[in-house]
Design a protein around this ligand. Structure first.
Ligand code: BTN
Length: 264
C-alpha cells in the first residue's frame, strides 16, 4: 500500500476537489512568498484553485506591508487561491479566522482566540496571521482571484523583533505534524470561503464573538484613539466606544491592540 505523503496532498485534494473542481495542492521547499506567487500567477492569468505550501519563505509578507518571518520546521505557511465573486467582501478575513480557529481548537478548550481583523491569539500572544489579497486576472472573467495567506506558529520561537509575543500550536497539540494540521484546516476553510461568498459574514458573527479577544476590553487604535471595544458588527466592522461616541472601523489599514495601562 502506498504511504500517505507527510502533507496529505491526496487526501486534501479528494476532500476539496468535489466542491472546487480543478483544485490541486503544491508543496515547495522554498519560495519568496506563497501569497506573492499566487498573486503573480493570477495576474498572468492562472486562476485555477490551488493550495500552495512552502517549507520556507524568503520574503514572507504580513498585513500593512510588514514582513512575515517564520521559523523553518516550526511554522506552517500556505496560501489558498481561488476565483470568488461574493456580493460583499467585508468580513472575509474574520470568517477565515473563525474557520481556522475552530479547526485547530474545536470547542475552544485550548483558548484559541481571534483578534480583529486577522490574527489568531492565545493568552494575549500571537499564534498566527491571515493575509487576504485579491487580483483582477487578465482574462474574460470579471471574477477576482482571492489569495488567502496563512502563517501559523507550530513550535516555540523567539519573541525578539515581534510586536506581540508568540504562541504556538504545540502548546496544546504537541504531537500534531504540520501536514496533519494542514489537513484539518484546509477543507473546512474552503467550505467557509464558499459559504461566505453566498451569505457574507453575518452567519459567522456569533462564532467570531465567542472567540473575540478584544470585546469588552480597553483598546488603542493606531490613530491614537482609545476606547472600549464593543465587538464586531454584522459586516465584520470593529465597534469601539470612545469619548467622542461610537467609532466603527472597517478599514484593515487601522490596527488595534488591547490597552496596557501604565503600571499594569
Ligand atoms: C499578518 O499577521 O500580518 C499576516 C501574516 C500572513 C503570513 C502568511 S505566511 C503564508 C502567506 N505568505 C505570505 O507571504 N504571507 C502569508
Amino acid at each position: 500500500m502506498q504511504q500517505p505523503s507527510a502533507w496529505f496532498e491526496d487526501e486534501i485534494t479528494a476532500a476539496v476537489a468535489p466542491r472546487l473542481p480543478g483544485f490541486g495542492v503544491e508543496v515547495v521547499a522554498e519560495i519568496d512568498s506563497t501569497s506573492t506567487e499566487l498573486m503573480r500567477r493570477a495576474r498572468q492569468g492562472s486562476v485555477a484553485p490551488v493550495l500552495l505550501v512552502a517549507l520556507r519563505q524568503t520574503a514572507g509578507r504580513g498585513r500593512l506591508g510588514r514582513p512575515w518571518q517564520s521559523a523553518q520546521l516550526s511554522s506552517l505557511t500556505f496560501s489558498l487561491g481561488l476565483p470568488l465573486a461574493p456580493r460583499d467582501w467585508s468580513g472575509l478575513s474574520l470568517a477565515v479566522g473563525v474557520s481556522v480557529a475552530e479547526s485547530l481548537d474545536p470547542g475552544g478548550a485550548a483558548g484559541l482566540q481571534l483578534k480583529w481583523p486577522n490574527d489568531l491569539w492565545r493568552e494575549d500572544r500571537k499564534l498566527g496571521g491571515i493575509l487576504i489579497e485579491t487580483a483582477l486576472p487578465q482574462s474574460e472573467s470579471a471574477q477576482r482571484y482571492l489569495v488567502i495567506g496563512i502563517g501559523l506558529n507550530l513550535g516555540p520561537r523567539e519573541a525578539e523583533g515581534l510586536n506581540t509575543p508568540p504562541a504556538w500550536i504545540g502548546e496544546w497539540r504537541p504531537e500534531a505534524s504540520a501536514g496533519e494540521l494542514l489537513r484539518a484546516v484546509v477543507p473546512p476553510l474552503v467550505d467557509t470561503v464558499q459559504a461566505f461568498a453566498e451569505r457574507g459574514f453575518a452567519p459567522f458573527a456569533e462564532r467570531f464573538a465567542q472567540r473575540d479577544t478584544l470585546r469588552g476590553r480597553e483598546v488603542q487604535l493606531s490613530d491614537g484613539t482609545a476606547g472600549l471595544c464593543d465587538g464586531v458588527g454584522w459586516g465584520g466592522e470593529l465597534r469601539v466606544q470612545t469619548a467622542a461616541g461610537l467609532q466603527v472601523i472597517s478599514s484593515s489599514e487601522v490596527s488595534v491592540r488591547p490597552r496596557v495601562r501604565a503600571g499594569a
